[in-house]
Design a protein around this ligand. Structure first.
Ligand code: ATR
Length: 291
């Protein structure tokens, strides 16, 4: 019996997950199809329920359903509950289990590809949506000394900073955590003093109305900082160009994408993901859609 995995989101036309996940499944010659399941909000709960059928192994969940899905499944892993978002669902004999592999992907790329050890470092997170939440909790668990969140909607940055501060207090993690207004002098100061800048906004994303925009100008970026853009299409975003101009180190979002997918692959199949194959399939798919 052919089995199925899919990515559930809306819209899905730019997702490269089907390309690199299918390449990994084919590498092991598994009779499993990984499909793009574009689902409208009104149909989400029935789409999630369908995952209980025996031919379905599970799904990736992407924008805008990572938070809603948490309430539609049977069990949520501790880290996914903490982040408040699920990006991977596994069907275990009709029972749906939820995980969040985004944070794992982010930290693995940070360590292995950017060679950055987060402990005791100061970071600035740009954005306060779902991606920023996963990054914020991941960094806190890695014992950063300072985490400053800047977001266009200040209230969302404040709410994320509040959640992170509560988690830090409950777990005896001592870190400076603060929210600052978008493009304010407080951001400038925080950026000046940090070693890691992470863009979790959609600025610079291909196909958006702000694909030419960088959240920071090059003269603000310290040359000894690492600038990490979660945007993976294009591979060289306006922010990464600014960072290069400033002499800073850079990393784009592709490795996080592949590593989160690799962790999901292991949850569904129990096998180690063939990373090289996934990377080359993801790059090829991005070239096709203009990345
Ligand atoms: P994701 O799950 O990818 O994080 P999201 O939850 O929609 O997606 O979050 C998008 C982030 O990009 C938010 O921080 C958003 O800022 P607001 O909270 O103010 O909406 C940020 N963002 C989107 N468009 C932006 C823009 N034009 N300028 C600045 N920030 C922007």
């Amino acid at each position: 019996m052919t089995q199925f995995i899919g990515v559930i989101g809306y819209p899905l036309k730019h997702s490269v997950s089907p390309d690199f996940q299918q390449a990994a499944l084919d590498y092991y010659k598994l009779d499993i199809r990984y499909e793009a399941w574009e689902v409208k909000a009104a149909d989400l709960s029935s789409a999630i329920n369908r995952l209980r059928q025996p031919q379905n192994l599970g799904a990736n969940i992407t924008v805008p359903y990572k938070e809603t899905t948490l309430r539609l499944i049977d069990e949520v892993d501790d880290f996914a509950s903490l982040v408040g978002a699920v990006n991977t669902v596994v069907n275990r004999h009709g029972k749906l289990l939820g995980f969040n592999t985004d944070a794992h992907g982010f930290i693995k790329a940070l360590r292995d590809d950017a060679n950055f050890e987060p402990e005791n470092k100061r970071a600035v997170i740009l954005g306060a949506g779902g991606a920023a939440r996963a990054v914020g909790f991941a960094l806190l668990e890695e014992k950063l000394s300072s985490l400053i969140i800047a977001n266009r909607t200040l209230a969302k940055a404040e709410s994320l900073a509040g959640l992170l501060a509560k988690h830090a207090a409950n777990n005896k993690i001592s870190a400076e955590i603060a929210a600052v207004p978008w493009q304010s002098s407080k951001v400038t100061k925080a950026v000046e003093n940090c070693q890691l800048i992470v863009n979790c906004t959609s600025l610079g994303m291909r196909g958006s109305s702000y694909e030419e925009e960088s959240p920071l100008a090059s003269d603000l970026i310290p040359k000894d900082a690492l600038v990490y853009d979660l945007v993976y299409n294009p591979s060289e975003t306006p922010l990464l160009r600014m960072a290069q101009k400033a002499g800073a180190s850079t990393i784009g979002g592709l490795s996080m994408l592949v590593y989160q997918g690799a962790a999901s692959f292991k949850l569904w199949t129990g096998r180690e993901a063939p990373l090289d194959i996934m990377f080359s399939a993801a790059k090829q798919a991005l070239t096709k859609i203009g990345g």
